[in-house]
Design a protein around this ligand. Structure first.
Ligand SMILES: NC(=O)c1ccc[n+]([C@@H]2O[C@H](COP(=O)([O-])OP(=O)(O)OC[C@H]3O[C@@H](n4cnc5c(N)ncnc54)[C@H](OP(=O)(O)O)[C@@H]3O)[C@@H](O)[C@H]2O)c1
Length: 217
């Protein structure tokens, strides 16, 4: 049985947990307030889920998802995530996260910063340009006309391969938009992000190519 450690039990973490359990995974899920505050979610998710601390979820997972905003100073359990593939769903939102100068200047992408925070993990950007509720409703079988595509970006090919398998199980095609330094192409405001509701593989490839970097110095 493959266990996914999910840090973040909000909209995205909860939906990835539902989709994962529907596809035969076990999940260990955490929020910032402690496992006892996740009782209702665990009751809904059923016996394939349990709640833990963030460190506990990271330690339990064969791989992990961090569905939490990025902080300037790392607040993820680096040691427990070491050696693991870590799916990062974060979108940088200034209204929520404040300004992070190295991102605003274009020196680094959000996900390069997450990779720096987790130097012993293999970070892969995933699930960032789909609205959370659609993770469990918008999937289609492989080969179906109009099947949506999602991007994955990583400095590690094996991390993109894992996400490709997971996307396929959840009902989505994959476009590899690696390495992490290119991950801005699917960020908020870019064509690939804006077209999230109906974007086939060919359309996503075209939209990633049309992206123009937004830099403020
Ligand atoms: N919502 C969407 O449709 C969507 C789509 C794609 C990507 N995203 C991105 O995905 C990320 C998560 O979004 P969301 O909408 O799921 O957010 P959300 O509903 O606000 O949930 C965030 C979750 O992260 C937890 N959390 C925050 N800091 C933590 C920490 N240090 N340790 C453990 N848990 C922590 C929160 O726990 P508490 O509640 O206990 O504080 C909460 O469970 C964001 O970066 C967002 O930009 C969102």
């Amino acid at each position: 049985m493959t266990v996914i450690g999910i840090i973040g039990a909000g909209e995205v973490g909860g939906q990835i947990a539902r989709a994962a359990i529907a596809n035969g995974y076990d999940v260990v899920i955490a929020n910032s307030r402690g496992p006892e505050t996740l009782q209702h979610l665990i009751e809904e998710l059923g016996p394939s889920a349990r709640a833990a601390t963030a460190a506990g979820a990271a330690a339990a997972g064969d791989f992990a998802v961090v569905a939490v905003p990025l902080k300037v100073v790392n607040d993820m359990p680096e040691a427990e995530l070491a050696g693991k593939i870590v799916l990062d769903t974060n979108n940088y939102m200034v209204w929520r996260d404040g300004h992070i100068p190295v991102i605003d200047s274009g020196e680094k992408t959000v996900h390069e910063l997450r990779q720096e925070h987790l130097p012993r993990s293999k970070v892969v950007k995933a699930f960032t340009h789909i609205q959370a509720p659609r993770i469990t409703t918008a999937g289609l079988p492989a080969g179906a006309p109009g099947r949506l595509a999602l991007s994955a970006s990583s400095d590690f090919p094996e991390a993109v391969e894992l996400v490709t398998r997971l996307y396929d199980q959840f009902g989505f095609d994959t476009v590899d938009n690696s390495p992490l330094s290119e991950s801005w192409r699917s960020g908020p405001g870019q064509p690939a992000w804006l077209a999230h509701e109906h974007q086939t593989r060919a359309e996503l490839i075209a939209n990633l190519a049309r992206a123009r970097r937004i830099v403020s110095r």
